[in-house]
Design a protein around this ligand. Structure first.
Ligand code: UGA
Length: 442
């Protein structure tokens, strides 16, 4: 099928590459000239396993192309995805200006019936606004004869496994009430709808709300477990035992119940805030979500509090090795990362940091520039040199394996602050470490 994708961020680029891989002719449109030029060469702006070879393959087969020419893009695609950003406004609600601008652009260049699909995470009611924007633009151009439909088709991919999630989705939600739209999207997604039925067709508003409800439910699980971890700390219980104890009940499940130093990234924090704002605009109070958010904000300070508890408020003269900067493993994304709160608290208290992350070093350099109290190191061992203590903020695979003897001989003091419960407290204590973790007796 002929597909156009507006927006070459995470969602748009992965969606485009995967649809091209499945044999569709996909054109990606973005207003960022430089980004499009680089994409044409097969250079992708983000670290995402498997994406670069897929994009290069798409370019080579001719199934995937990039352009800044919106008119060509609209002319090409019968199915047009809107996958541009919806950054939070000052009050936390999603800013729809990019989405609505694209809607008008599509209307300006329409040359026949178009199926316009919102892929960005957008509040309930956005499809109606997109529809109104398209109608208004068509009316201005005296082209109200042109037919179109607005479909909600939210994305559920995770950074770090985005390609795999898109290739093998656990569900494909199609929000439409028009039979023709449903049939078009069923056809598009047929290659991904294998083994069992994954397509769920529902009305547009339910599809829009499903996306927020999914992310907010997951964020709730995490904040709930973080709250339990804080209680476990006080009573001397072990959150890891509690996790297994409740996860074994299939009604709870094992996934997304790991306590830590809070969720980050571009989705959970933004979507929780946006749904709170939507609820408020509707005259409701989102009590649960407000609690989820405030628990998360506090949780990001958890390790800093432990560090200050151990060393006192003044960290002048202390150096910390920091393992992990990205908000989670397998990404270079530091948006809303707990590591940022930690870094800033350490610096405020006068400490120096020697940091290492397998992918997020450039991103860290971009955010913080060069400063005397930050050394970006070449390896996890390099980061330990001259450090008083080790602090783990992200559970990258390479941090899981720990040579305790090596660690002890390199660190100035045998102290570890582990924000992701990567090591066994009893082993660390036996080896003579002061070992602090989340919700486990330390
Ligand atoms: C999330 C959702 O998982 C995707 O389904 C959704 O499509 C995406 O947002 C989106 O809206 O685009 P992502 O932000 O990539 O995906 O990250 P997750 O893997 O969900 O992790 C989010 C955060 O939760 C991370 O900071 C992670 O460290 C934290 N987390 C996760 C925990 O603290 N504990 C857990 O048990 C699981």
């Amino acid at each position: 099928m002929n597909v156009t994708v507006f927006g070459t961020g995470y969602v748009g680029l992965v969606q485009a590459a995967v649809l091209a891989e499945a044999g569709n002719k996909v054109v990606c449109i973005d207003i960022d000239n430089e980004k499009i030029d680089r994409l044409k060469q097969g250079h992708i702006p983000i670290y995402e396993p498997g994406l670069e070879p897929m994009v290069k393959n798409g370019i080579n087969t001719g199934n995937l192309s990039f352009s800044t020419n919106a008119a060509d893009g609209v002319g090409h695609g019968e199915l047009i995805f809107i996958a541009v950003g919806t950054p939070p406004d000052e009050d936390g609600s999603a800013d729809l200006s990019h989405v609505l601008t694209v809607a008008k652009t599509i209307a300006r260049h329409m040359n026949g019936k178009k199926f316009i699909i919102t892929k960005s995470t957008v509040p309930v009611g956005t499809a109606d606004k997109v529809r109104a924007a398209v109608e208004e633009q068509l009316a201005e151009l005296n082209r109200s004869d042109l037919a179109f439909d607005i479909i909600s088709n939210p994305e559920f991919l995770k950074e770090g496994s985005a390609v795999a999630d898109c290739m093998r989705p656990d569900r494909i939600i199609i929000g439409t009430s028009e039979a023709e739209s449903e049939q078009k999207l069923r056809h598009l997604y047929a290659p991904f709808n294998r083994n069992h039925e994954k397509i769920l067709v529902m009305d547009v508003k339910s599809a829009e709300l499903t996306k927020y409800a999914a992310n907010c439910m997951l964020a709730t699980k995490i904040s709930f477990m973080n709250e339990m971890a804080n209680i476990a700390d006080k009573v001397g219980a072990d959150i890891e035992a509690v996790r297994k104890g409740i996860g074994s009940d299939p009604r709870v499940g094992y996934q997304f119940i790991y306590a830590g130093i809070g969720y980050g990234g571009s989705c959970f924090p933004k979507d929780v805030k946006a749904l709170i704002a939507s609820a408020q605009q509707l005259g409701l109070s989102a009590d649960i979500l407000s609690a989820v958010e405030s628990r998360n904000e506090r949780q990001k300070h958890y390790l800093a509090e432990k560090i200050l508890g151990h060393y006192g408020d003044n960290l002048k003269g202390k150096t910390f090795a920091l393992w992990g900067l990205s908000f989670k493993p397998n990404t270079d994304d530091m948006r809303e990362a707990p590591s940022r709160v930690l870094l800033e608290r350490l610096w405020e208290s006068g400490a120096k940091v020697r940091a290492f992350d397998p992918e997020a070093m450039d991103e860290c350099r971009r955010i913080y520039g060069s400063r005397d109290d930050l050394v970006l190191c070449n390896s996890k061992y390099d980061a330990l040199q001259g450090a008083n203590a080790l602090v783990v903020a992200t559970e990258w695979q390479q941090f899981k394996t720990l040579d305790i003897d090596d660690l002890k001989s390199i660190l100035v003091e045998a102290v570890v602050f582990d924000g992701r419960n990567q090591y066994e407290p009893s082993e660390m204590q036996k080896a003579g470490f002061d070992y602090y973790c989340v919700g486990r007796p330390d």
